[in-house]
Design a protein around this ligand. Structure first.
Ligand SMILES: Nc1ncnc2c1ncn2[C@@H]1O[C@H](COP(=O)(O)OP(=O)(O)O)[C@@H](O)[C@H]1O
Ligand SMILES: N[C@@H](CCOP(=O)(O)O)C(=O)O
Length: 358
């Protein structure tokens, strides 16, 4: 642990997963951030308090727990610390979180919180974990790789989970409540001493190219939809026809989005999906209308339109007409009784990073 005062910032981008046909496979990192400002005092000057002090501003400030043993980011950090032999946070730790990523909207807020926790644990413990090992820790918590991988490495990313051998499968199937127990307030230093270690090499990824002129319009309904709820409505199995439909489009999409100038005819069709969006429409009034009525013909500059992550945000990729696309989507949503906010975002090529301020 640190033997001198330490001050650092952690920056983690928002993400949009799936991009139509790439359910649980592809993700994009976007220019909205969760930022932690962390200070660890000199141990001799620290108070005897073990408990970190957390403050929080921005999105989710009214609902996020400020108790380090309940907050998602600090629970993940403690998991990383304990797996690497450090049983508690350093004394006098202070964390200020500023969050621009709305909760429960399909913009990867939980994935960002998890990655921030992994980086926090790694930096506090001076472990120097590789990116691959960090991904293992993140995947023990968020078990689909698309958001956490894009948040960690940045850009447009495809990922898969390795097929694990039986013992590693068992290790990776530990219930989340055991990976991330809500530490009781009176927990002593021995509590949670042997957390389940992540198997090594769970997640593998590749970064695709991205045509710089393509920007992302996030049309964000003013209601939350938890990812867990939006996954419950999905079927357990799919027809060959629907799987082939998605695979054909995904194969084309990953290269089509890297080409300048981007081809709207190719991309619009390649962003269609039959694996998750049709099943989620009951949870998101206006979803089928927005994705079918806004087209490259009606809005020159639009390339494609889809649900962002598990929703309810709609992601439109475009090289122009940003305001017209967003305002027309707003009108369609309003007819369904849904109010929205919208943002034009860039795809950021840099993923998460730690900025040393000591
Ligand atoms: N910065 C954060 N700090 C702590 N918890 C967070 C943070 N961001 C998100 N969460 C948790 O994740 C939940 C949202 O996760 P989820 O349903 O997966 O939606 P999203 O699509 O935004 O990732 C929030 O309700 C909150 O419990
Ligand atoms: N592939 C996942 C992605 C969830 O993303 P989120 O940003 O909504 O958490 C899914 O579609 O369930």
């Amino acid at each position: 642990m640190a033997s001198r005062p330490q001050s650092f910032k952690i920056h983690v981008p928002a993400t949009s997963a799936n991009i139509g046909p790439g359910f649980d496979v592809v993700g994009l990192s976007l220019s909205l951030y969760l930022t932690l400002t962390v200070t660890v005092p000199d141990p001799s000057a620290a108070s005897s308090s073990e408990r970190p002090s957390i403050s929080y501003t921005g999105e989710g400030a009214e609902e996020v727990p400020l108790d380090a043993y309940k907050n998602l980011t600090t629970r993940v950090a403690l998991y990383v610390l304990r797996c690497n032999g450090v049983l508690s946070f350093p004394s006098g730790l202070t964390i200020h979180a500023h969050n621009e990523i709305p909760f429960g909207r399909g913009l990867g807020s939980s994935g960002a919180a998890v990655i921030a926790g992994v980086l926090l644990g790694d930096t506090l413990g001076h472990f120097g974990l590789s990116r691959e090992r960090m991904l293992d820790f993140a995947l023990m918590v968020e078990r689909h790789p698309d958001n956490v991988t894009a948040a960690l490495v940045g850009g447009f990313v495809g990922s898969y989970l390795r097929e694990l051998d039986p013992s590693a499968t068992q290790a990776a199937s530990v219930p989340l409540s055991e990976v991330l127990p809500e530490y009781p307030p009176d927990a002593g230093p021995d509590w949670g001493r042997d957390p389940p270690l992540p198997p090594t090499g769970i997640g593998h990824y590749v970064r695709f190219g991205w045509a710089k002129e393509i920007r992302a319009i996030a049309i964000i309904p003013r209601f939350e939809l938890s990812t867990a709820k939006a996954r419950e409505v999905l079927p357990q199995s799919y027809s060959r026809k629907d799987l082939v439909f998605n695979m054909q489009r995904l194969a084309v999409l990953t290269t089509a989005l890297s080409r300048s100038p981007p081809d709207p005819d190719l991309i619009y069709e390649a962003m269609k999906d039959r694996v998750h969006q049709p099943y989620r429409r009951g949870l998101i009034p206006g979803l089928p209308e927005v994705t079918s009525l806004i087209t490259p013909d009606s809005h020159p500059g639009l390339l494609g339109i889809c649900l962002s992550g598990a929703g309810p945000t709609i992601l439109a990729l475009a090289i122009g007409s940003f305001e017209a696309i967003a305002e027309d989507a707003r009108k369609i949503f309003r007819e369904k009784g849904v109010e929205v906010d919208w943002l034009v975002l860039d795809v950021v090529s840099e993923g998460s990073y730690v900025e040393d301020r000591s």
